[in-house]
Write a protein that binds this ligand. Structure first.
Ligand code: HEC
Length: 233
């Protein structure tokens, strides 16, 4: 239950690195936005540009807020293309990239991807990523996950006869059932007799907007790490 008293915590999370936390804070502030506006105006000078940009999105259709100081600051948010350009122009520190890849409190690529036997099993194994793809492709797979969805990793949405919906990757299938793996790596076996509708999604199971929690330097470091993956160390 969002509360104005927790505003500082929401503002912290909103400008932070963890995409799940950012989404939760965005939602919380969205619910209390009218009540929170005066307090936000007072705190404005202490906020990082990322937070201000997020707030401007939350209040974009709020006439009261549009007249307030919140919209006087022009915090231009970086676009995916800015990250791409930066990563193509800067080498990046692969050692730092490895830390970012594995940081469970940040973008946590390792939750879904395995490198040299370590990590999750939702997305493709990236142990050889640096031999399979070039720098541009690797950077683009982070920035635009749905642009080229890897074969065998297409997201499927299933609606059952008792109105439950599931989504994930088809990990196994027979005439009678299919097993879906969700973004958290959990498998669920669904009987085909229960399936009312099944759709192939054009959207990747890999989340969009992961770069928003990173500086451009961090992003270039992450790309450098992926480029360096050329088999078992
Ligand atoms: C929720 C799980 C999830 C997270 C988190 C995730 N990915 Fe992915 N990733 C996937 C899935 C699923 C695919 C395959 C579908 C596709 O191509 O979009 C994929 C594809 C990729 C590919 C293309 C690989 C190929 O073989 O085509 C790269 C590179 C990649 N991810 C890197 C990353 C990096 C770097 C991060 C962290 C910033 C990350 N991923 C975070 C699930 C995830």
């Amino acid at each position: 239950m969002p509360d104005v008293q927790a505003l500082d915590a929401y503002l912290d999370g909103l400008g932070g690195k963890n995409p799940t936390l950012r989404a939760a804070c965005r939602k919380a502030i969205g619910t209390i936005r009218d009540k929170a506006l005066p307090a936000i105006e007072l705190k404005l000078n202490g906020l990082v540009p990322e937070t201000v940009a997020e707030l401007q999105k939350i209040y974009a259709d709020n006439p009261e807020a549009r007249k307030s100081r919140l919209f006087e600051t022009t915090a231009r948010e970086l676009e995916p293309a800015d990250y791409l350009d930066f990563a193509l122009e800067h080498d990046g520190d692969a050692v730092r990239g490895r830390t970012i890849f594995s940081d469970l409190s940040g973008v946590a690529c390792i939750k879904c991807h395995r490198v040299a036997g370590e990590g999750g099993d939702v997305g493709p194994d990236l142990t050889m990523a640096g031999t399979q793809f070039g720098r541009t492709e690797l950077a683009e797979s982070i920035l635009y996950p749905s642009k080229a969805i890897r074969e065998g990793y297409q997201r499927v949405e299933v609606e059952t006869r008792n109105e439950e919906t599931f989504e994930g990757l088809v990990k196994a299938e027979s005439n009678d059932w299919l097993t879906l793996r969700d973004a958290n790596g959990r498998d669920r076996r669904i009987s085909k007799a229960d399936v009312k509708e099944r759709r192939n999604s054009q959207v990747s199971l890999m989340p969009e907007g992961l770069e928003a929690g990173m500086t451009q330097q961090d992003f270039a470091a992450l790309v450098a790490y992926l480029v360096s993956l050329k088999g078992r160390p």
